[in-house]
Design a protein around this ligand. Sequence first.
Ligand code: ADP
Ligand code: MG
Length: 562
Amino acid sequence: MRLIGPNCLGIVNTAAHLNASFLPHHPVQGRVALMSQSGAIAAALLQRLDVSMFVSVGNKADVSSNDLLQCWEDDPHTDVIALYLESFGNPRKFVRIARRVGARKPVLLVKSGRGEAGGRAVRSHTAAAATPDVAVDALVRAAGVIRLDSVPELIDTARLLAFQPLPRGSRVAVVGNSGGPEAMAADACERRGLTVPELPSGLLHARAAAALGNPVDLTADATAAELGSAVRAVAAVPDVDAVLVVYTPPFGSGLEETRRAIAEAAKEAGKTVLACVVGHDGLIGGRVPSYAFPEQAVQALARAVRYAEWRRTPEPVAIPVPVDREAGRQVVAAALEAHPQGGWLSPEATARLLSCYGVTLTESAEACGPDEAARAAARVGFPVVLKAVGPVHKSDVGGVRLDLRTEDELRHAYHEMSERIGPAMTGAIVQPMLPAGVEMIVGGVNYPVFGPLVMAGMGGVTADLLADRAFRVPPVTDPAGMLDELRCAPLLHGYRGSPAVDVKSLEDQLIRIGRLLEDLPQVAELDLNPVIVTTGGATTVDARIRVAPAQAPPTALLRRLR
Ligand code: ADP
Ligand code: MG
């Protein structure tokens, strides 16, 4: 016997005419299967969404979202799967299943507890473990899951995906009887990465006042028949992937006749057709989703376009990199043997671990005292950099001196530094001064529940301030795409007279850090900041790695809870 709940609202199967819930209203049959971890949210959703099945999972003692995904994968009455979640039982498994199911049916997700306050409400509500939101985002995104910020967005998107074919591309024609809302629609398209291409001239013959480029404004006088034939004409243009009809009632032939004309035209279009009937949410002719505001329609369309793109993209494969996993494991094991509770690795162990994974660290010579520093500098060659060992954030305490050109300068800097920092400074390292480049940060974490996550971002001392970052669940299969998500990406490709740097080397380092985090779950956090990228390569000048005893994988954790 399987158990649903406890602390739930029951189940509904409209195809089987089963309503075993205490919903306040009667659910209507539709193509969307809905799972909700909150009864209240489910009740609100079901008032506006027609469903094939509905399951209120409550505290998920037995049946989980993973079970339901698998059940709905083959359900002939379900075309779209919608989930409201407050916690993941086994996120890695969720991603595996969602990716497979998502290749056949769109999976929509609203996951609450994004911020601190939301997280608190969720924990006290269902005793869900806090799960960092970026990890959720990266995980579900890799699986093609359509993550939405709110329940209205979920409804809007589900209605489009349930009733219309997936858009083949991102080119939208806007057709309607009202210039203002049409202009808003076109603006919203551009904001969301959709294009509104110019339509071929001579396509439409309309009254003198109309604009026929795109948006097509047939003006308030346009009849239902005129609007219908305009929809047919623009849908036939090869450069158009979707048609958005914007109608403001009661002009032209009135609401009912126009709705009929839109439904008829959509039937023959063979492309995605959706409507904004200003002020009216609903479904036209059982086929065309209609939205009260243009931005709502465009947002739903943009989600569908992105999902369709994901479906067309072949599943990414890991890029192989040669690493010495066994040697890396030994470095971590030795550190944990010395400090079973974990902690920061020494500079020496850090360098060794990184070298096992082919991560390029600049030459670093440990030096205790000014004499040793002078000898180290002679070895690495002036100009050099002197850094304090001991403080975690060295710059903050005056623990980094750059571009020291002579032995005198170095000795002087050493004395000054040790005086200023005092006993917190346990030694120093001397590095060659690297030529200027683009300073990036490459980092990663291993979450006990979510597993590893890799980060790339703008680096240097302003890294936290600017917070320009991108995340991936390893293996990192698209390092170039990851870097291009950053606002600072133009700096890498050559910006205002500065040369394009060796981005390929940086990409290689990202893949390797992903591999390290995957192989070694005991690496709790890792920070290469900065990686200095020049035309000659990507070199890390500052690295920090914290190890911690690895925690039980989520499945074992769950079993213990049961
Ligand atoms: P921390 O992050 O602890 O303050 P870093 O070692 O990252 O110390 O040094 C701070 C800054 O100094 C870096 O962001 C970088 O701009 C510069 N820097 C550090 N080491 C070098 C080096 N070897 N060559 C050139 N610049 C360096
Ligand atoms: Mg640093």
